[in-house]
Design a protein around this ligand. Structure first.
Ligand code: ZN
Length: 321
């Protein structure tokens, strides 16, 4: 089973951050600083030198598509809250308050455009799909495994940037505030036939969610045997499939979720939240949109759940992790 060997490799990476072969000069300098236990240093990225402070590793296990281990950090960069991802040869620094880089609404108008990050049938009736979440949540104590599949139409080539944009702060919240002490792992996958090249214009949203679940389980069982612990599967697509309800940018049911990378930064946390017991009813919109709130372009994401939704997720995971 592959993750049995993943853990020691990642622990090794955590204890002595050995510079990766072929890594860029910047990545090597970063690795050396981390290995030396430095939390404050200067880092040159794309021709700009950033002053990094308060570097703090998020206790999460990461595997990239090529099997390389990665690491996530929270930090301050030039005095602003930021997150850093190291993966393979890459390093990415993203500021917490960055919103525009992937915001297609920004080019449309100055007005906030209401685009719900979920469909009306976000939570689907179980009969058709068969809600396998409760049944297949694995053995308690094995941790939570999040499998992220990158559809080829999402064009997510910079994997460190992708993880940093959508997931570092989510994992940080999970590990530091929701389920501290529990194992949480993320596996980034691409080039999975039948899944990352799925025909998104065939079928309905329900079909798509079903296919994600079935094909992910099939792929992982074929590759890795029985799935240990809880597993959640999320497919990241580019354009919203034409058969989806107007306005939907993501969907979730049971253990499976789909998001469009045209949505706000909290769309992944939103749909994963649905698979872990969080609700719209316990979200908030002001002064920023919490992770289970609708996706309003122009309103800053809190990049966090409300305390009520944190408690909902804790309750949901209590007997499962
Ligand atoms: Zn929703």
């Amino acid at each position: 089973m592959r993750f049995r060997t993943l853990t020691p490799a990642l622990l090794l990476a955590a204890s002595a951050f050995t510079p990766a072969m072929g890594a860029t000069l910047t990545a090597s300098a970063f690795d050396h600083a981390v290995a030396a236990g430095q939390t404050t240093f200067d880092l040159s990225l794309d021709g700009t030198t950033h002053h990094i402070g308060r570097l703090d590793r998020v206790d999460i296990e990461i595997e990239g598509p090529d099997g390389a281990a990665g690491a996530m950090f929270t930090a301050h960069a030039d005095g602003r809250p930021a997150t850093i991802v190291r993966l393979g040869q890459d390093i990415d620094l993203t500021f917490d308050d960055e919103t525009t880089a992937r915001d297609p609404g920004a080019a449309v108008s100055g007005m906030a455009r209401r685009m719900p990050a979920h469909a009306a049938n976000d939570v689907l009736p179980g009969a058709e799909n068969g809600d396998d979440a409760a049944r297949d949540d694995g053995r308690p104590g094995e941790g939570l495994n999040v499998y992220v599949f990158l559809h080829e139409n999402a064009r997510e080539r910079d994997h460190a940037k992708f993880l940093n944009w959508y997931l570092t702060w989510w994992f940080s919240e999970m590990k530091r505030h929701i389920v501290p002490g529990k194992h949480v792992r993320v596996f980034l996958k691409d080039a999975v036939p039948g899944l990352t090249d799925m025909k998104m214009n065939d079928g309905t949203m329900n079909d798509h969610l079903n296919w994600v679940r079935l094909r992910a389980v099939d792929h992982l069982r074929h590759r890795e045997g029985d799935l240990p612990g809880m597993s959640r599967f999320i497919l990241v697509v580019g354009p919203v499939p034409s058969s989806w309800l107007s306005g939907a940018l993501g969907a979730a049911f049971g253990r499976a979720a789909i998001v469009s990378n045209t949505a706000n930064r909290h769309v992944v946390a939103h749909e994963l939240g649905h698979t872990l017991g969080a609700t719209h009813a316990d979200s908030k919109m002001f002064p920023c949109a919490s992770s289970m709130a609708d996706n309003y372009f122009g309103i800053l994401s809190c990049r966090a759940y409300t305390e009520k939704n944190r408690q909902n997720i804790r309750n949901y995971l209590k007997d499962r992790l």
